[in-house]
Design a protein around this ligand. Structure first.
Ligand SMILES: [Zn+2]
Ligand SMILES: [Zn+2]
Length: 369
């Protein structure tokens, strides 16, 4: 009875930890899917965005069950440990050091193997619709998908710890690291974005799965079953043939500048060319300094010029970058007659204009003041 009380005391801690994990998922979702969405658009694995509020809502509900199951599972492990049914230990000197350090690597391989086979079993046509279908409702996966399982699947995927802990000494910190690894790797797999670098599959990373690897499992369904490593998929020929090709294609997209950056670059370059060659400002006729005109940008993004008595004399000037001239209209202030004109900036402080391809005279050369 005392032992049970002690275990019950642990329950809030276990649930608190689950909630903290969930908090990390929320933060990752907000940063990657909301805050950096535009900047990362070329990093997306699936080009078509299918996630909607309905999907997120159902993922949230499923995740709650998963959290409850994982809390219950931790509770069971505590109970077994207190009853002396397991070989889980906290004092590193209790067993040879090998169990503490090597144990982690053994567990991670075990976890990967267990996942692969349970996953394949859950894909069996006779079983699929009862359990694993819940997880596959999400095709365009996102961080919330990482906990969106049927409660039975959540239990099944971690169940291996029960028999293993009964026969194999399990050092608590090694189990802790495994748990953190599993959790982060799961988020990576359901990120919807590929963050691994282009050399990933040409290095030690070749052994491991990427976000693209599991993403393809959701979009193509009958392959790429592994979670941490590609080993089982490779051994049993269940990896999609176009996996590495797809991964490389995403890397090529990542190298291309995102549209938004290109647009911003274009706008800033245009703005720069406007300011460095800008006709905006105050000008006066070189030979008749009393003839003054103020060039300004109108609401329609075209340039206008008005004389000192506020009469518009230049209308709708547009910068033609190829010809390096402004095209627009000159209005005769006396009779309001309009002429098509071309204005060329000789340098930043002088412009001349021509009417009907005729350079009027030197007298119509304007200088900045
Ligand atoms: Zn699956
Ligand atoms: Zn998945």
């Amino acid at each position: 009875m005392e032992a049970l009380k002690e275990i019950l005391k642990q329950l809030p801690t276990a649930f608190g930890q689950s909630l903290m994990n969930y908090g990390i998922i929320v933060v990752v979702y907000l940063v990657v899917w909301k805050l950096l969405k535009k900047r990362l658009q070329n990093w997306r694995i699936q080009l078509k965005e299918r996630v909607d509020a309905k999907q997120i809502k159902s993922e949230l509900v499923n995740s709650l069950f998963t959290l409850m199951v994982s809390t219950f599972f931790v509770f069971i492990i505590y109970l077994m440990k207190s009853k002396g049914y397991t070989k889980i230990y906290t004092d590193i000197n209790e067993y040879p050091k090998f169990f503490a350090i090597g144990g982690f690597f053994v567990f991670i391989l075990l976890d990967d193997t267990w996942f692969y086979w349970i996953h394949r079993l859950l894909h069996h046509p006779r079983i699929f619709k009862y359990i694993h279908k819940v997880h596959h409702k999400s095709i365009d996966v996102n961080p919330f998908t990482s906990l969106s399982f049927h409660w039975a699947e959540a239990l099944l995927l971690t169940f291996w710890i029960v028999p293993v802990s009964m026969i194999f000494p399990m050092y608590v910190p090694a189990l802790g690291i495994l748990q953190i690894w599993g959790f982060l790797d799961n988020i990576k797999s359901h990120l919807g974005y590929e963050f691994f670098p282009s050399w990933w599959n040409k290095s030690f990373g070749k052994l491991m799965t990427s976000s693209t690897h599991h993403n393809m499992h959701h979009s193509k369904f009958n392959g790429n079953y592994g979670v941490h490593f590609r080993i089982w998929d490779k051994l049993l020929g269940t990896e999609f043939n176009d996996y590495e090709k797809t991964f490389d294609e995403i890397q090529d997209r990542k190298k291309a500048k995102p549209i938004i950056t290109t647009l911003l670059l274009f706008i800033s370059l245009t703005a720069f060319s406007q300011t460095s060659n800008s006709i905006i400002g105050n000008w006066k006729d070189q030979t008749h300094p009393e003839k003054q005109v103020q060039m300004y940008l109108g609401a329609d993004n075209k340039i206008y010029g008005k004389s000192s008595n506020n009469t518009i004399v230049f209308k709708a000037l547009i910068w033609d970058n190829t010809a390096k001239i402004y095209n627009g209209i000159l209005i005769n202030p006396d009779n309001k007659e309009e002429f098509k004109i071309k204005i060329s900036l000789k340098n930043n402080d002088t412009f001349v204009f021509s009417v009907k391809k005729f350079i009027i005279s030197k007298g119509f050369q304007f200088i900045r003041f």
